[in-house]
Write a protein that binds this ligand. Structure first.
Ligand code: C2O
Ligand code: CU
Ligand code: CU
Length: 522
């Protein structure tokens, strides 16, 4: 029962010690990284001390609802040969007319938000020319792909305002799944995402056992919009809790209309900065077939709810009931993630979309009992402990205005704020590592843990002195950790180089809840 505080104290101590040991001002693999892109670049929009827009938010009626959900626009493949996906992504400010208000100045990929869907196959080579036409440095991070570290879009590899680079990588076998891409510049990730930069990425497997299922994409994002149609900067509570706007969008649409005919495979992304989505179909049962690391070994049937923490994805199979109501709803059920202030307590139950059921007597598609083999990772040869912690520093200078980046909110990994040039954990290529990730939040907040460069398997979770083995084997790259909970997971990174791991509440990440792993050859 009292194991947690003990655990926590030990870990923090251990964490600090390990951090001090591993802290290196300089490392050969960091040699190419400039000392500090922000110092080098300046950064225009982040200086919100100048913000003078309205503080009231746009009413919910300012965005139209019930427009039919459409598939995400595809990024066109310009390659002339097979097994090559070549295209272009341009990040730039854009003025988009979203509803009845004046146009909203967003940050867009190829003039749209969310960005275009990238769709390719395992084994394909991907070449994307990225042009940064933002007033700030940026990167493109391919969230969920195990690709070489220098193509991962890390903050160390930023592209300055006006810059260009080509990202290129091969989609490794086993990478099929529901992934996404978003910027990852040092201390500016949250802003670039809440202004509109994020897009879906689907890697397909030609032998996918569910390839004959009709698909729908539900890319769920968050929008906070002021009464004049502008996107306001983060205020203190946004920084503290992570930002949740008044709108939840699916494929960019407010409360769209989804049509469910027969059996469908839904790919669902939680691309919100901080919003937790406890999804339900108002009681209709569905089957989960994939997590953010691709297909499960076996389908999980009979679900009525699915919790997606920020950055998590899932695939579910939904079948239209043959009789009964012809209109149901996609709902975000109340959830308490330990946020404070105006988000404290259970969130409001919220309708995300209406679903039109088309009744038919057609036979439903059968989901196979076995989806793919997943082998449990073997005995680890290295162990790491990582503790997320947060607190308010009462001694820090008080903010001079409500939109300032707070100096007094600390979001830490093993007692330290992220440092681009410090190696927090050293790993060996191809080695199975066991990580114990602890949420030692003093604020009582949940934090979703994410790691770059590979997927992990959760072994067990420890909460209130009780150990719960993970009910099914799955590959994941993001996992929610409740306040006071610790999660044991195993992973193996098969590419050398520098990677990050962090809380995927983007404001927490930007405030420093992030660390570097350096994976070296054995
Ligand atoms: Cu989507 Cu470093 O994350
Ligand atoms: Cu990532
Ligand atoms: Cu967090």
């Amino acid at each position: 029962m009292s194991s947690l505080p003990l655990n926590r104290r030990r870990t923090l101590l251990l964490g600090m010690g390990a951090g001090a040991l591993l802290a290196q001002p300089w490392h050969p693999l960091l040699a190419n990284s400039p000392p500090n892109p922000m110092a080098a670049m300046g950064h225009a929009d982040d200086d919100m001390t100048a913000y003078s827009g309205p503080t009231e938010l746009a009413p919910l009626s300012s965005l139209p609802r019930h427009r039919p959900l459409k598939p995400l626009p595809r990024l066109a493949n310009r390659a002339r040969r097979k097994q090559l996906f070549r295209s272009k992504l341009v990040a730039a400010p854009a003025n988009l007319k979203l509803g009845s208000l004046p146009p909203t100045r967003v940050f867009a990929y190829n003039h749209m938000t969310p960005g275009p869907l990238i769709e390719a196959y395992e084994g394909d080579r991907v070449e994307i020319d990225f042009y940064n036409l933002l007033p700030q440095p940026s990167t493109v991070h391919w969230h969920g792909l195990a690709i070489p570290a220098d193509q991962d879009g890390a903050p160390q590899d930023f592209i300055p305002a006006g810059g260009h680079r080509r990202y290129h990588f091969t989609l490794p076998p086993g990478s099929a799944g529901t992934h996404w891409y978003h910027p990852h510049p040092h201390m500016m990730t949250a802003e670039q995402v809440y202004r509109g930069l994020a897009g879906a990425l689907i890697v397909r497997d030609r032998n996918d056992p569910l390839r004959h299922f009709p698909e729908q994409e539900l890319f769920i994002s968050d929008l906070k919009m002021a009464a004049d149609g502008s996107i306001p900067p983060n205020d203190r509570e946004d920084w503290m809790n992570g930002r949740e706007g008044q709108f939840v969008l699916i494929n960019g649409l407010h409360m769209p209309l989804i049509t469910l005919v027969g059996t469908q495979r839904w790919r669902i992304w939680n691309a919100c900065s901080a919003r937790y989505l406890k999804l339900s179909l108002g009681g209709l049962e569905f089957t989960q077939v994939a997590t953010d690391g691709g297909l499960l070994a076996a389908p999980v049937r009979g679900l009525t709810e699915l919790l997606l923490a920020p950055a998590e994805r899932a695939e579910i199979i939904v079948t239209a009931p043959s009789s009964g109501s012809s209109r149901i709803q996609l709902i975000a059920e109340p959830y308490d993630r330990g946020a404070m202030g105006r988000l404290a307590g259970l969130s409001q139950r919220r309708v995300l979309a209406d679903i039109d059921i088309v009744h038919s007597s057609e036979a439903t598609l059968e989901i196979p009992e076995v989806l793919r083999p997943i082998t449990a990772l073997g005995t680890p040869t290295a162990e790491h402990m990582v503790a997320f912690s947060d607190y308010v520093d009462l001694e820090a200078p008080p903010p001079s205005n409500p939109y300032e980046r707070p100096q007094d909110m600390l979001f830490l990994v093993n007692g330290q704020t992220y440092d681009m040039e410090r190696v927090d954990i050293e790993g060996r290529l191809g080695e199975v590592e066991e990580w114990t990730v602890i949420n030692a939040s003093a604020m009582g907040m949940e934090h979703p843990f994410h790691i770059h460069g590979g997927h992990f398997q959760v072994l067990e979770r420890n909460f209130n002195g009780e150990t719960t083995p993970e009910p099914f084997l799955a590959w994941r790259d993001t996992i929610n950790i409740k306040a006071g909970e610790s999660v044991t997971l195993r992973m193996r990174i098969d590419e050398p180089g520098l990677r990050m791991f962090h809380c995927h509440i983007l404001e927490h990440e930007d405030l420093g809840m992030m660390g570097n792993i350096l994976v070296s050859p054995p």
